[in-house]
Ligand binder design. Structure first.
Ligand SMILES: NC(=O)c1ccc[n+]([C@@H]2O[C@H](COP(=O)([O-])OP(=O)(O)OC[C@H]3O[C@@H](n4cnc5c(N)ncnc54)[C@H](O)[C@@H]3O)[C@@H](O)[C@H]2O)c1
Ligand SMILES: [Zn+2]
Length: 356
């Protein structure tokens, strides 16, 4: 098992990575079992794939445990689902000592984490991510939340898990498109933090069927853990994790949620942000080429023709904009990133040409 820490004082926790971990989980989780009520929050398909076996194994090991499922897709991140879970937990006899295990992708982790943050003013929860995106990104850092009709993630909390347990073997059942979307975020870590890693990922993508997930997950988690340890509340360095996200979020909103996966949109957004960085003379043409050729090595869906002016309102709406100024993440050399307010609308519009 490979383990390392997210260092946040008394909220520190470990990230443990081990293929086949789900089968050993009773052993790993035993030290946290004090006879309290446990709830697995998951989705029905995931319970069928591996959740029911996991539940049985924990029950056999003296865990007092039940499960609750969420629907699939963004619809699960709603106030209705949130309140349904809370009611069910009360019916199951949960109290202040209870613990939640989020077994799923970012949707399950975001809702389950938010329930944990607020149920009886906060209970322990464990992240057991099952998508690549959740393994390298959403399960770490404590961002939890749900959507309202006005927008995504507008209700939520930063509330850290007790532990993150990553079993890369769970990716076997994950559809290819979901895997590729996760690789989008992996490329991001190389671009913003570690040029050598970016070049490595590019070469791995030449033979995507043999992509070394264990290594990619390990390095990505380590980078995210380091950034979150430095800036839990996203007042500074954590913002660079939004590289590619301003344009990515705009693509998601413009095309409609469910039409493009988050990691795919981020991959496209990074192409534009790379272009912008080069135009600001922050990276060389060669560096831009390294980034673009890496992203082009990733199988992504064909985008419809994007009319730049249709995207602009969503870009302006991006919640990272502060006091009317857009805080844009750019690369300052590959393997290093920063935010700037110097990216104007014209340059953003111009950058969209790399998408068509
Ligand atoms: N909290 C954060 O820091 C953070 C960061 C990034 C994204 N997010 C959120 O994450 C969500 C997206 O997460 P996601 O990309 O993981 O999608 P997801 O959770 O919707 O999962 C995608 C699909 O894959 C299925 N699935 C999951 N694991 C599987 C497995 N092992 N085998 C087979 N099928 C499996 C799910 O049932 C689902 O249908 C968004 O709501 C986004 O806002 C949160
Ligand atoms: Zn993201």
């Amino acid at each position: 098992m490979k383990s390392f820490q997210v260092n946040l004082g008394n909220r520190s926790y470990s990230i443990d990575i081990m293929p086949g971990m789900i089968k050993k989980c009773p052993l790993v989780l035993n030290e946290h079992n004090n006879g309290q009520k446990w709830i697995i929050i998951s989705q029905h398909n995931l319970m069928e794939f591996f959740g029911f076996d996991f539940l049985k194994e924990l029950k056999n090991n003296k865990f007092d445990i039940d499960f609750i499922t969420l629907p699939n897709g963004e619809a699960a991140k709603s106030i209705n689902e949130y309140s349904r879970i809370i009611s069910q937990m009360i019916e199951y006899g949960c109290d202040r000592k209870s613990s939640i295990i989020c077994l799923g992708g970012g949707v399950v982790g975001d809702v389950g984490g938010f329930v944990a943050s607020s149920f009886m003013r906060g209970i322990d929860y464990f992240q057991m991510p099952t998508t690549l995106l959740a393994m390298v990104d959403s399960s770490i850092g404590g961002k939890t939340g749900i959507n309202v009709s006005q927008g995504k993630n507008l209700v939520g909390a930063i509330y850290q898990p007790k532990r993150v347990l990553i079993d890369p073997a769970l990716l076997e059942s994950l559809p290819k498109e979901e895997v590729n979307a996760g690789i989008g975020e992996i490329i991001k870590y190389g671009a913003i933090w570690d040029k050598k890693f970016l070049v490595e990922v590019r070469s791995w993508l030449n033979d995507i069927n043999n992509f070394p997930f264990d290594r990619a997950i390990y390095t990505s988690c380590k980078i995210k853990a380091q950034i979150v340890s430095e800036d839990e509340n996203e007042n500074g360095i954590r913002r660079i994790l939004n590289f590619g996200h301003t344009i990515g979020h705009a693509l998601e909103s413009h095309l409609g949620y469910g039409k493009i996966r988050h990691g795919e949109a981020v991959a496209f957004g990074m192409k534009c942000s790379g272009y912008i960085s080069e135009r600001l003379n922050l990276i060389t043409k060669d560096e831009l080429l390294t980034l673009l050729s890496t992203i082009d090595n990733l199988p992504l869906p064909q985008l419809p023709h994007i009319n730049a002016n249709d995207l602009l309102p969503f870009i302006k709406n991006d919640k990272k904009g502060e006091k009317g100024k857009l805080n844009f993440v750019v690369l300052d050399n590959i393997g290093n990133a920063k935010t700037t307010t110097k990216v104007d609308e014209d340059l953003i519009l111009e950058s969209l040409k790399v998408l068509n």
